[in-house]
Structures are given as C-alpha cells and as structure tokens.
Design a protein around this ligand. Structure first.
Ligand code: 8IG
Length: 271
C-alpha cells in the first residue's frame, strides 16, 4: 500500500496534517511542540490543561506504530501562562524502514501548526562514565550516523547551534545540575557493540540513540528553535560491566519518569 509521503510533497502533506490538527483540536495555532520519547510520557499531564486528544492515525501522513498495536496520540495543551503546546506521543523511528520522510513528518507538521520551538526527548544510552541510569541530560550537538538526511536535493542548511544554547540555559534555570552531551544517532534497532560505542566516544559522542538527530535536522530546516533532552536509561554497551537488557531500560525509564516529567514540564512552562 502506498503512503502519501512516498509520492507527495512532504511539506504540503505536513500542511494538510496541521489543518487536521487545527480542525480536530479546535486550536488554530500552537506555539511549542514536544515529542515524548521513552521515559518522558508523564510530562504531558503536568504541562497544563489538555484541550484535546487526537489519535495520530486521524492526522494525515502519520503511520501506525510498527511494533505494538497501540496508536500514538497528539494532544493540545494550554499552559498556565497561556502557551499552546502540541504534544506528539507518536514517533516513527528510522529503523521501522519507512524512510526518513515519515520519521520527520511529525516535526514538519508541528512547524506547519505554528510551533516555533521543537522540544525533542528520548531515552538513550550514556557514554560518560559519571552518568547513571535515570539521569536526564541536555543534547548540545549531534553526530548523525544514519547515513541519511531529511533534506532532499541541494538543500544546504547550516547546523551550527542546532541545539539552542539559549534554551539549554533556560533549562538550567530550572535544574542547574543538568549536564549535556553530543548525541550520536545510530540506525538501530540493535544496540551498539562495545566497539561502536568506543568509536562514538572517539569521535566526540556522549549519548547513543536511535531517533533525534534526523528530527532535529528537519526542525532546523523548518526554522524552529530546538531543545533536546535525553534520559540516560542505560550506560551504553561496554561502558557498564553488565550487558544491556531491554527490561532494565524500561525499568530505569519508569523509575525516573515522575522526576524528569516534572523537569520537562517546568522547562516548557518557561519557554
Ligand atoms: I533507551 O544504548 C536506549 N536507546 N542506540 N543505544 C542506542 N539507543 C538506545 C540505547 C542505547 N538505549
């Protein structure tokens, strides 16, 4: 079955998706968008009053999740300060194999819906030995190891200061202890080998993940200011003496969820 993004104009389809969101939520325009990765899910409830919740499958171009049958949702929230936040609970990963257009469709849709700030969150593996599972960190820059890009054709876009220094500073007014690091996006879905983690470390990486770099590039193309957070759910392979277990990753996310969700809600409340 063909998908509209396989053949159509991705920006036109994002405009359609934004119209769907405006119609289904009754909110004409949003200010800030946030994608909630593993461990960050509870922050939506802390952000403010939920105005509308829409299954992502009702919005043009959003894919059904490949793994679990459950449908992601898109929520419109109004903060106590009156800011309109679009919460994207439906992420398409590169490793699902549907191509990069579908990976970044939510970001392009958020931009078309009016958002000028994109907050990207994820669960990831930590390379810095002083980090521990359950610790949130800021993304200061990225290394895209997917070999792919959401930009098509001769689209030369500057990536200096992709992860806004201004927004990282703002995050530190909420929690001064937040460390930061360079996010390496691997293709996945396998976790890295210890040798791959050592490569990432040698080239300047501190965080291993499978989602955020491609999304950040699309956000920059759309002219958005980007804030990135990783929840270190595990030390990357070979950094800790024990092998990675998916259950351990899920459990670390669960244990940290309340604290980091409050942090995220507080930061977004100040944007
Ligand atoms: I959660 O250790 C989570 N996601 N690439 N490596 C990569 N992605 C991850 C990891 C990790 N942990």
């Amino acid at each position: 079955m063909t998908h509209p993004l396989d053949t159509g104009d991705p920006f036109g389809i994002a405009q359609e998706a934004a119209s769907d969101i405006a119609r289904l939520t009754g909110v004409a325009s949003h200010d800030v968008a946030v994608t909630l990765g593993s461990g960050w899910g509870r922050s939506a409830d802390l952000l403010g009053e939920t105005v509308a919740t829409v299954p992502a499958t009702e919005v043009t171009g959003f894919s059904k999740p490949a793994l679990d049958g459950h449908v992601g949702t898109i929520r419109s929230i109004v903060t106590p300060a009156g800011r309109r936040v679009l919460v994207i609970g439906a992420r398409t990963h590169y490793y699902e194999g549907h191509g990069v257009r579908r990976v970044v469709h939510s970001v392009r849709t958020a931009a078309a819906a009016g958002a000028t700030t994109m907050v990207l969150t994820n669960g990831a593996g930590g390379i810095k030995p002083e980090w521990s599972p359950g610790q949130p960190v800021l993304i200061s820059d990225h290394i895209n190891l997917t070999g792919d890009s959401p930009l098509e054709g001769a689209t030369f876009i500057d990536m200096t200061d992709l992860y806004s220094a201004r927004l990282r500073e703002l995050a530190r007014t909420v929690d001064a202890s937040l460390d930061e690091g360079v996010y390496c996006q691997f293709r996945g879905p396998n976790y890295e080998t210890p040798a791959e983690v050592q490569m990432a470390k040698a080239i300047g990486g501190h965080i291993c993940g499978m989602s955020t770099a491609l999304e950040a590039i699309a956000a920059r193309q759309a002219g958005m200011e980007v804030l990135g957070f990783s929840l270190i759910t595990n030390l990357a392979a070979g950094i800790s003496p024990t092998p990675l277990s998916h259950e351990e990753v899920i459990e670390a996310g669960r244990a940290a969820e309340g604290r980091i969700s409050q942090l995220l809600a507080d930061v977004i409340g100040k944007i």
